[in-house]
Design a protein around this ligand. Sequence first.
Ligand code: ADP
Length: 162
Amino acid sequence: MRIAIYPGSFDPITKGHIDIIDRAAKMFDKIVIGIFDNNQKNPLFSMQQRINMIKNIFKDNTHVEVICFKGLLADFTRDNNISVVIRGLRAVSDFEYEFQMALTNKKLNANLETVFIPAREYYTYLSSSMVKTLARYGGDVSPFVTDEVATALYVAYGSKRC
Ligand code: ADP
């Protein structure tokens, strides 16, 4: 069985992430969405909220699983027999950081391969932080996130679109 992990903060999951997962799911038997439990990032949504949002989106897709993990991705993948990491590439600006991460992971776990999937053109400028900024000021986030995530964003910021 070909299993790949798609790691990230997903704070919150956007349509850009969903697009990468849908496309990766065509290449692998199972996609494990790994939410990185990183205290330093001070996320807007709790781990449980992020897990629930993603589970609801992929509830009909038995090939997608959601987990959270702590520590190094290289260790987690080794312990769970996962040999492929999926990452999305939006712009050249993503590349240097992603390349550095891929090389570091390879050093730590020689069996691990990183597969980059280019973002769909429409989502190249889309990020979780951009969506949060929009929601904070009551902007329309519906083109970028699912309805459930949009509602959760407006609730979190106590803002309503006028
Ligand atoms: P991280 O905190 O690791 O950057 P993110 O949740 O922001 O986590 O992103 C996880 C992965 O999804 C990264 O590979 C990132 O480049 C990719 N990604 C984020 N937004 C998009 C998008 N709009 N289109 C394609 N890939 C994306």
